[in-house]
Design a protein around this ligand. Structure first.
Ligand code: FES
Length: 210
């Protein structure tokens, strides 16, 4: 199994930022440098681990994920059916950020989403502190990047309270994967079927019994 520690900016997107946007390019370079140092020193929040398992390589196989090694605010990426699936442990501050910005979201109540009732809540999750989503933008399939609150990233604005940014065409999502208004992505991030096996283990690809 190959484990890769990625930068705190999250998953790499397939497309580079526009060369005509020097401010954003400078920011990304600076963040990458800082992130590299942080990733080596400590398992800081938003450090991602891409850890495809042998089981995940089998078409349709469910994938078990251990939550114990994800720090508060951190995000682990696993592979399921060839797709990156994020498992994030949200902090109380992250959970609080999900309320109060509904007017800025395209579909805050997940009306367009096919979700089980247990996930029809602001966090789009069974447990508030554990968020699971497929890390693929619903516009044209790029990989969004996790951007923490207070990142200083000019692409998301000064009042950003944390979430995900797609570098391909600028879609932004909150920490429940809900897309902001007037962005190219037509829907919220998809949530794969999953269920809790215990306090610290979940299985992706196997939904809870109704
Ligand atoms: S693919 Fe994400 S905004 Fe276009």
């Amino acid at each position: 199994m190959n484990d890769h520690v990625l930068l705190p900016t999250g998953l790499p997107g397939p497309a580079s930022p526009r060369a005509s946007d020097p401010e954003r390019r400078t920011w990304l370079i600076a963040t990458g440098a800082m992130g590299g140092a942080a990733a080596v020193a400590t398992a800081v929040p938003f450090v991602s681990t891409f850890a495809p398992s042998e089981r995940a390589k089998a078409l349709g196989a469910a994938v078990e994920v251990d939550l114990a090694d994800i720090p508060p605010g951190g995000l682990k990426t696993v592979e399921w059916r060839g797709k990156p699936v994020w498992v994030m442990r949200r902090t109380p501050e992250m959970i609080a950020s999900l309320k109060g910005q509904e007017a800025e979201l395209a579909d805050p109540l997940s009306k367009k989403d096919e979700l089980p009732d247990a996930l029809r809540n602001p966090g789009r999750s069974e447990r508030e502190d554990v968020f699971v989503a497929i890390g693929i933008c619903t516009h044209l399939g790029c990989s969004p990047t996790a951007v923490p609150a207070g990142s200083g990233n000019p692409s998301v604005g000064a009042d950003w309270s944390g979430g995900f940014f797609c570098p391909c065409h600028g879609s932004t999502f909150d920490l429940a994967g809900r897309v902001f208004r007037n962005k190219p992505a037509p829907t919220n991030l998809e949530i794969p079927p999953h269920r809790f096996l215990s306090e610290t283990r979940i299985v992706i690809g196997d939904a809870a019994a109704p």
